[in-house]
Design a protein around this ligand. Sequence first.
Ligand code: GRF
Length: 207
Amino acid sequence: MLTPSAPARLVVLVSGAGTNLQALLDACADPAYGAEIVAVGADRDGVEGLARAERAGVATFVHRIADFDSRAAWDAALAASVAEHAPDLVVLAGFMKLVGADFLERFGGRTLNTHPALSPAFPGMRGPADALEYGVKVTGATLFVVDAGVDTGVIVAQTTVPVEDDDTAESLHDRIKVAERSMLVDVVGRLSREGFTVDGRRVRFGA
Ligand code: GRF
């Protein structure tokens, strides 16, 4: 069970453009949303996601795997930086790395990720392209509680997007991202205001 502070403290991790982060930053500008982004972390320098955080006056940190002797050392440093900001929820918003044991020990059960496909179909880095190649007519995005697997965590919410005949992986992903951002904002707001309980593979809103 998670009962967040009011407003809920969010740490968001990014690897790239940060459009999901921007949607959360915009939502958090309204006090009624019930959450604030207290820090943004990344696994690489110079990405637009970090610039978005800086423009919003949010603290940032970067840990690059290449700067550590082992993946475990990177994971421990990432977890330590997140812990400094005492988050209620951690949101992986286009964070393209798997977190490890140390991170899950500290933040398991309250770390969310979004995947641009309808889990359990098409896990991994090529969700939109794999869905298109398979020929599905409907795909979408999944918000889930991060576990040690690749996009296997308990599902919090899903949103659907029709596949068009002339879609490319890119056009499909662009439309998925529109639906994904709106789901992320809606659901992170609800989790922040109401708390939630994970019971087996089911998530219930409310403390
Ligand atoms: C999102 O579709 C996310 O699900 C995927 O990468 C995209 C990140 O977009 N893993 P952005 O960096 O938030 O714009």
